[in-house]
Design a binder for this molecule. Structure first.
Ligand code: ZN
Length: 248
Protein backbone atom coordinates (compact mmCIF):
# COMPACT_ATOMS: atom_id res chain seq x y z
CA UNK A 1 0.00 0.00 0.00
CA UNK A 2 1.08 3.60 -0.61
CA UNK A 3 3.31 5.11 2.07
CA UNK A 4 2.76 8.52 3.64
CA UNK A 5 5.94 9.74 1.94
CA UNK A 6 4.72 8.65 -1.51
CA UNK A 7 1.37 10.31 -0.89
CA UNK A 8 3.08 13.58 0.15
CA UNK A 9 5.24 13.52 -2.99
CA UNK A 10 2.17 12.99 -5.16
CA UNK A 11 0.33 15.84 -3.39
CA UNK A 12 3.20 18.20 -4.15
CA UNK A 13 3.09 17.26 -7.84
CA UNK A 14 -0.66 17.84 -7.97
CA UNK A 15 -0.33 21.14 -6.11
CA UNK A 16 2.22 22.54 -8.53
CA UNK A 17 0.41 21.38 -11.68
CA UNK A 18 -1.93 23.68 -13.55
CA UNK A 19 -3.20 21.44 -16.34
CA UNK A 20 -4.04 18.07 -14.88
CA UNK A 21 -5.45 15.31 -17.07
CA UNK A 22 -6.94 12.14 -15.61
CA UNK A 23 -6.87 8.80 -17.39
CA UNK A 24 -9.24 6.35 -15.77
CA UNK A 25 -9.99 2.66 -16.09
CA UNK A 26 -12.15 0.03 -14.47
CA UNK A 27 -10.49 0.38 -11.07
CA UNK A 28 -12.03 3.79 -10.40
CA UNK A 29 -15.56 2.37 -10.66
CA UNK A 30 -15.07 -0.76 -8.57
CA UNK A 31 -16.07 1.11 -5.40
CA UNK A 32 -19.22 2.22 -7.20
CA UNK A 33 -20.23 -1.42 -7.42
CA UNK A 34 -19.07 -2.10 -10.97
CA UNK A 35 -16.67 -5.06 -10.96
CA UNK A 36 -13.78 -4.97 -13.44
CA UNK A 37 -15.06 -7.04 -16.39
CA UNK A 38 -11.69 -8.76 -16.56
CA UNK A 39 -11.48 -9.60 -12.88
CA UNK A 40 -12.45 -12.79 -11.10
CA UNK A 41 -16.23 -12.93 -11.07
CA UNK A 42 -16.28 -10.21 -13.75
CA UNK A 43 -18.43 -10.21 -16.84
CA UNK A 44 -15.92 -12.03 -19.04
CA UNK A 45 -15.75 -14.94 -16.65
CA UNK A 46 -19.45 -15.62 -17.06
CA UNK A 47 -19.93 -14.58 -20.67
CA UNK A 48 -17.49 -15.68 -23.33
CA UNK A 49 -16.52 -12.34 -24.83
CA UNK A 50 -15.99 -13.97 -28.26
CA UNK A 51 -19.58 -15.07 -28.27
CA UNK A 52 -21.26 -12.14 -26.52
CA UNK A 53 -19.22 -9.03 -27.10
CA UNK A 54 -17.43 -8.95 -30.43
CA UNK A 55 -18.62 -6.73 -33.24
CA UNK A 56 -18.85 -9.79 -35.46
CA UNK A 57 -21.00 -11.76 -33.01
CA UNK A 58 -23.24 -8.72 -32.54
CA UNK A 59 -23.88 -8.47 -36.28
CA UNK A 60 -24.64 -12.19 -36.40
CA UNK A 61 -26.95 -12.29 -33.38
CA UNK A 62 -27.50 -9.06 -31.42
CA UNK A 63 -29.72 -10.80 -28.89
CA UNK A 64 -26.66 -12.42 -27.30
CA UNK A 65 -25.05 -9.08 -26.55
CA UNK A 66 -28.29 -7.68 -25.19
CA UNK A 67 -28.85 -10.76 -22.99
CA UNK A 68 -25.53 -10.00 -21.33
CA UNK A 69 -26.56 -6.34 -21.49
CA UNK A 70 -29.50 -7.06 -19.23
CA UNK A 71 -27.14 -7.94 -16.43
CA UNK A 72 -24.79 -5.09 -17.27
CA UNK A 73 -27.64 -2.58 -17.31
CA UNK A 74 -28.83 -3.65 -13.88
CA UNK A 75 -25.34 -3.06 -12.47
CA UNK A 76 -24.75 0.24 -14.27
CA UNK A 77 -28.14 1.76 -13.54
CA UNK A 78 -27.63 1.18 -9.83
CA UNK A 79 -24.08 2.63 -9.72
CA UNK A 80 -23.38 6.08 -8.29
CA UNK A 81 -20.17 8.11 -8.60
CA UNK A 82 -17.79 7.57 -5.69
CA UNK A 83 -15.34 9.89 -3.90
CA UNK A 84 -12.73 9.53 -6.64
CA UNK A 85 -15.16 10.51 -9.42
CA UNK A 86 -16.50 13.40 -7.33
CA UNK A 87 -13.04 14.67 -6.54
CA UNK A 88 -12.11 14.77 -10.23
CA UNK A 89 -15.26 16.82 -10.85
CA UNK A 90 -14.18 19.17 -8.06
CA UNK A 91 -10.74 19.59 -9.66
CA UNK A 92 -12.42 20.56 -12.92
CA UNK A 93 -14.57 23.12 -11.07
CA UNK A 94 -11.40 24.60 -9.60
CA UNK A 95 -10.06 25.01 -13.12
CA UNK A 96 -7.13 22.68 -12.57
CA UNK A 97 -8.28 19.58 -14.40
CA UNK A 98 -8.49 20.01 -18.17
CA UNK A 99 -10.21 16.71 -18.95
CA UNK A 100 -10.89 13.12 -18.02
CA UNK A 101 -9.93 10.48 -20.56
CA UNK A 102 -11.66 7.24 -19.70
CA UNK A 103 -11.78 3.65 -20.83
CA UNK A 104 -14.98 3.18 -18.86
CA UNK A 105 -18.41 3.03 -20.46
CA UNK A 106 -20.37 3.66 -17.27
CA UNK A 107 -21.10 7.41 -17.59
CA UNK A 108 -20.11 8.00 -13.95
CA UNK A 109 -17.69 10.88 -14.66
CA UNK A 110 -20.51 12.81 -16.29
CA UNK A 111 -22.87 12.03 -13.43
CA UNK A 112 -20.20 13.25 -11.00
CA UNK A 113 -20.11 16.59 -12.82
CA UNK A 114 -17.16 16.48 -15.21
CA UNK A 115 -18.02 18.27 -18.44
CA UNK A 116 -15.04 17.31 -20.53
CA UNK A 117 -14.94 13.52 -20.68
CA UNK A 118 -13.18 11.76 -23.54
CA UNK A 119 -14.57 8.25 -23.86
CA UNK A 120 -12.13 5.91 -25.58
CA UNK A 121 -14.51 2.94 -25.52
CA UNK A 122 -17.81 4.75 -25.92
CA UNK A 123 -20.68 4.91 -23.44
CA UNK A 124 -23.04 2.12 -22.60
CA UNK A 125 -25.89 4.50 -21.81
CA UNK A 126 -26.05 5.71 -25.38
CA UNK A 127 -27.37 3.59 -28.23
CA UNK A 128 -28.20 4.10 -31.88
CA UNK A 129 -30.28 2.43 -34.56
CA UNK A 130 -28.12 0.43 -36.94
CA UNK A 131 -30.64 1.02 -39.71
CA UNK A 132 -31.55 4.73 -39.56
CA UNK A 133 -28.99 6.11 -37.12
CA UNK A 134 -31.48 7.56 -34.62
CA UNK A 135 -29.72 8.10 -31.32
CA UNK A 136 -31.06 6.98 -27.99
CA UNK A 137 -29.52 8.65 -24.98
CA UNK A 138 -29.95 7.70 -21.36
CA UNK A 139 -31.45 4.94 -19.35
CA UNK A 140 -34.69 4.28 -21.17
CA UNK A 141 -33.31 1.67 -23.61
CA UNK A 142 -31.71 -0.18 -20.74
CA UNK A 143 -34.89 -0.22 -18.72
CA UNK A 144 -36.56 -1.78 -21.76
CA UNK A 145 -33.75 -4.35 -21.99
CA UNK A 146 -33.98 -5.15 -18.28
CA UNK A 147 -37.73 -5.58 -18.78
CA UNK A 148 -37.00 -8.21 -21.42
CA UNK A 149 -37.00 -6.40 -24.77
CA UNK A 150 -34.15 -8.24 -26.46
CA UNK A 151 -32.83 -6.97 -28.75
CA UNK A 152 -34.24 -3.45 -28.33
CA UNK A 153 -35.57 -1.96 -31.55
CA UNK A 154 -35.84 1.52 -33.02
CA UNK A 155 -39.14 3.28 -32.44
CA UNK A 156 -39.01 4.83 -35.89
CA UNK A 157 -37.99 1.95 -38.15
CA UNK A 158 -37.83 -1.22 -36.02
CA UNK A 159 -34.10 -1.46 -36.73
CA UNK A 160 -31.81 -3.16 -34.23
CA UNK A 161 -30.26 -0.86 -31.64
CA UNK A 162 -26.58 -1.05 -30.80
CA UNK A 163 -25.03 0.28 -27.64
CA UNK A 164 -22.34 2.89 -28.26
CA UNK A 165 -19.98 0.91 -26.05
CA UNK A 166 -17.17 -0.28 -28.29
CA UNK A 167 -17.16 -4.05 -28.80
CA UNK A 168 -14.15 -6.29 -29.24
CA UNK A 169 -12.99 -6.11 -32.82
CA UNK A 170 -14.84 -2.85 -33.38
CA UNK A 171 -12.63 0.09 -34.32
CA UNK A 172 -12.23 2.60 -31.50
CA UNK A 173 -13.88 5.94 -32.27
CA UNK A 174 -11.22 8.10 -33.89
CA UNK A 175 -12.38 11.48 -32.62
CA UNK A 176 -11.90 10.66 -28.92
CA UNK A 177 -8.52 9.04 -29.55
CA UNK A 178 -7.28 12.13 -31.42
CA UNK A 179 -8.61 14.32 -28.60
CA UNK A 180 -6.86 12.15 -25.99
CA UNK A 181 -3.55 12.43 -27.84
CA UNK A 182 -3.88 16.20 -27.98
CA UNK A 183 -4.66 16.39 -24.26
CA UNK A 184 -1.65 14.24 -23.39
CA UNK A 185 0.62 16.62 -25.25
CA UNK A 186 -0.80 19.66 -23.44
CA UNK A 187 -0.97 18.35 -19.89
CA UNK A 188 1.61 18.93 -17.19
CA UNK A 189 0.39 16.16 -14.91
CA UNK A 190 -1.33 12.94 -15.77
CA UNK A 191 -3.25 11.14 -13.05
CA UNK A 192 -3.69 7.54 -14.14
CA UNK A 193 -6.37 5.92 -11.99
CA UNK A 194 -7.57 2.36 -11.88
CA UNK A 195 -5.74 0.91 -14.83
CA UNK A 196 -2.56 -1.14 -14.83
CA UNK A 197 -1.08 0.42 -17.98
CA UNK A 198 -0.91 -2.96 -19.66
CA UNK A 199 -3.73 -2.61 -22.16
CA UNK A 200 -3.59 -0.36 -25.20
CA UNK A 201 -4.19 2.58 -25.28
CA UNK A 202 -3.80 3.03 -21.53
CA UNK A 203 -0.23 1.91 -21.95
CA UNK A 204 0.52 4.44 -24.64
CA UNK A 205 -1.14 7.69 -23.51
CA UNK A 206 0.85 8.27 -20.27
CA UNK A 207 4.06 7.61 -22.18
CA UNK A 208 3.03 10.26 -24.67
CA UNK A 209 2.34 12.72 -21.83
CA UNK A 210 5.69 11.92 -20.27
CA UNK A 211 7.52 12.40 -23.57
CA UNK A 212 5.89 15.83 -23.74
CA UNK A 213 7.29 16.76 -20.33
CA UNK A 214 4.41 15.83 -18.01
CA UNK A 215 4.68 14.08 -14.68
CA UNK A 216 2.73 10.86 -14.29
CA UNK A 217 1.11 9.56 -11.10
CA UNK A 218 -0.43 6.10 -11.10
CA UNK A 219 -3.09 5.14 -8.58
CA UNK A 220 -4.04 1.50 -8.75
CA UNK A 221 -4.89 -1.33 -6.40
CA UNK A 222 -2.50 -3.79 -8.01
CA UNK A 223 0.29 -1.37 -8.89
CA UNK A 224 1.79 -2.04 -12.30
CA UNK A 225 4.71 -3.85 -13.80
CA UNK A 226 5.34 -0.91 -16.09
CA UNK A 227 6.70 1.41 -13.43
CA UNK A 228 9.00 3.11 -15.94
CA UNK A 229 6.28 5.47 -17.13
CA UNK A 230 5.05 6.65 -13.74
CA UNK A 231 6.99 9.11 -11.57
CA UNK A 232 5.04 7.85 -8.58
CA UNK A 233 3.04 4.65 -8.19
CA UNK A 234 0.48 4.68 -5.37
CA UNK A 235 -0.94 1.30 -4.54
CA UNK A 236 -4.39 1.40 -3.04
CA UNK A 237 -8.02 2.24 -3.61
CA UNK A 238 -8.86 5.20 -5.79
CA UNK A 239 -11.64 6.32 -3.43
CA UNK A 240 -9.13 6.66 -0.64
CA UNK A 241 -6.05 7.92 -2.50
CA UNK A 242 -7.48 10.39 -5.03
CA UNK A 243 -8.98 12.71 -2.36
CA UNK A 244 -5.79 12.46 -0.32
CA UNK A 245 -3.56 13.70 -3.11
CA UNK A 246 -5.88 16.27 -4.67
CA UNK A 247 -7.68 17.93 -1.77
CA UNK A 248 -5.80 20.85 -0.20
ZN1 ZN B 1 -34.22 3.30 -36.84
Amino acid sequence: MATQEEIEKARELVKSASRVTALTGAGISVDSGIPDFRSEGGLWERYDSHEYATYESFLKDPSKFWTMGQELAEVLLKAKPNEAHLQLAELEKQGRLQAVITQNIDNLHQVAGNTRVVELHGNYLRAYCMNCGTEYIGEEIHRRVVAGEIPPRCEKCEGILKSEAVLFGEPMPQGPMAEAIRLCKETDLMLVIGTSLTIYPAAFLPQLAKNSGAKVILVNLEGTNRTGVADIVLKGRATELVPRITRF
